[in-house]
Design a protein around this ligand. Structure first.
Ligand code: F6P
Length: 525
């Protein structure tokens, strides 16, 4: 199996999409709905507890036909087979991309470099489970024989954002442990976290795939020194554990061998929350919930792997994203979860998506002559409605939006939830339909503002035709969250394949690191 490295703009489908865009880009969503009573059904994919409603996108069946042809012309299927089977598709780093193996629930072997990695994956999960149970039950004791009350995750990027986002998202399922995250090299961050902690009852989880990251090692050293003010070196094993691929550096740091949770180079940092990098998640919500997160992700993997493209949620929504980026020239996408629990989803996806697809050299080594990764941003509704939604409704930019909502709330307050979801549906409708001059005129008249109609009218019109996708999920559970994250991971993969870029390296972050080191050595900071 080898991936085809096709410049997408040289495909027949791209030419068809260009012509199709020129012929249809003015068509209003309102008329698309008026002309097809079945549009919502036609453009909805149901999967387990999910409903992906993409009917409010500026597409027709013809658009999808060409987009699917594009996927076939670049051999998306072949690339997917290579991705799941452990081929080294991260060619620039010479690695396989196997975060899907971390949640594999089947009995199938997954082989990379001639070795079945599943026994190691299972062994790491067993170790996480045993450790989690000991800490949560209170059996694991600190240096004064007290149980653990607080857990601090020390990491940055993928070693922070994923665990932090999941712990926040699953707050409802949390146990008694207080969980904290330290990431920034800004010393005030670490001081704010440790100032109220008791070293006798705190467990520190140092997470760094490489164990060379300046921020993480500096924070870990500061914390260890703080700890050693009240405890001795012999007490370190009771309070410090590490997750890493770099066993040598971890033991040099002074972490006991038994306290090292292994990780592998075939897991990218931004896709690693399913691995031992998720240890803090497991500690916060218990191993069973962590395992359900994996099961949810696996179910989405299976959907992605086995469903024909026309009914495949990650494939269809990736293609629609390509349609906006490369034909409508949209530059950003907004993530709007209608759940306060998902307040960290957009920052998490920023790394996952932008670090993956923010590339400008294609898989043949050439500068791309088309746009690639988008700017990702967002915040929960309804807060976002009172902040930036004005720009989506009446600004000049086309910003496709993902609305993510749940049919049920966790505490079951119907009044709040009905209001929340009324806003969810109202926003998608307002964006799609807008308000015509005639409707605005009537509103002003009804409000008795006859004298002001002429001056106010242009400001009261909403063009509409603003695209959105509604991802409606029964309930926020570890399992549905796992499926949701996995959905976005596969979207990243599909878009990277279509754009003919390498999604799994991140050389762009290195230059700044090198220069910062030079500054440190040479200047009088
Ligand atoms: O600087 C970017 C990056 O390499 C991310 O890709 C990664 O998630 C983060 O740094 C942290 O890396 P590590 O887990 O090796 O400390």
């Amino acid at each position: 199996m080898t991936m085809k490295n096709v410049n997408p703009t040289e495909t027949k489908a791209w030419q068809q999409l260009t012509a199709h865009y020129n012929a249809t880009n003015n068509i209003h969503l309102k008329s698309l709905f008026n002309n097809d009573a079945d549009r919502k059904n036609k453009f909805t994919i149901n999967f387990n507890e999910f409903e992906f409603d993409y009917s409010k996108n500026r597409i027709t069946e013809e658009t999808l036909k060409y987009l699917l042809e594009l996927a076939n012309e670049v051999d998306l299927k072949g690339a997917m087979d290579a991705y799941f089977s452990g081929e080294k598709i991260n060619k620039t780093e010479g690695r396989a991309v196997l975060h899907t193996a971390l949640r594999n629930q089947s009995a199938n072997e997954i082989i990379t470099d001639g070795v079945n990695i599943m026994p190691d994956v299972k062994a790491a999960l067993n170790k996480m489970e045993a450790f989690t149970n000991k800490v949560v039950s209170g059996e694991w004791k600190g240096y004064t024989n007290k149980s653990i009350t607080d857990v601090v995750n020390i990491g940055i990027g993928g070693s922070d954002l994923g665990p932090d986002m999941v712990v926040e998202s699953l707050k409802y399922y949390k146990n008694h442990l207080n969980v904290h995250f330290v990431s920034n090299i800004d010393g005030d961050h670490v001081q704010e976290v440790i100032k109220n902690l008791n070293p006798e009852t705190t467990l520190f989880v140092i997470v760094s795939k490489t164990f060379t990251t300046q921020e993480t090692l500096t924070n870990a050293t500061t914390i260890k020194n703080w700890f050693l003010k009240s405890a001795s070196q012999n007490d370190v094993p009771k309070h410090f554990v590490a997750v890493s691929t770099n066993l040598k550096n971890v033991s040099e740091f002074g972490i006991a061998n038994d306290n090292i949770f292994p990780m592998w180079d075939w897991v990218g940092g931004r896709f690693s929350l399913w691995s031992t990098v998720g240890l803090t998640i497991s500690l916060a919500v218990g191993f069973e919930n962590f395992n359900n997160l994996l099961i949810g992700a696996f179910e989405m993997d299976e959907h992605f792997k086995n469903t024909p493209f026309e009914k495949n949620a990650p494939v269809i929504l990736s293609l629609i994203g390509i349609w906006y980026t490369n034909f409508f020239h949209a530059e950003s996408e907004v993530i709007l979860p209608y759940s306060q629990y998902l307040s960290k989803l957009a920052p998490y996806l920023q790394q996952a998506i932008m670090e993956s697809n923010g590339k400008s050299v294609d898989r043949n080594g050439n500068r791309v002559n088309y746009q690639t990764g988008n700017i990702i941003w967002g915040a929960p509704g309804t807060n976002s409605q009172h902040a930036f939604m004005q720009l989506l409704h009446q600004g000049t930019k086309l910003i496709p939006a993902d609305f993510i909502g749940f049919k049920e709330s966790l505490y079951g307050d119907k009044d709040h939830h009905n209001k929340l979801m009324a806003n969810f549906f109202a926003q998608t409708q307002a964006l799609a339909e807008g308000k015509t001059k005639e409707e605005a005129h009537l509103d002003l008249k009804t409000a008795g503002k006859m004298d002001e109609i002429e001056t106010l009218l242009p400001y009261k019109v909403f063009e509409g035709n603003k695209p959105s996708t509604s991802i409606l999920i029964n309930k926020l559970t570890p399992k549905t969250l796992g499926s949701l994250i996995s959905f976005y991971e596969h979207k990243i993969f599909v878009q990277g394949i279509i754009w003919n870029i390498y999604s799994f390296d991140q050389f762009g972050v290195e230059l700044g690191k090198e220069l910062a080191n030079k500054y440190l050595k040479t200047s009088n900071l």
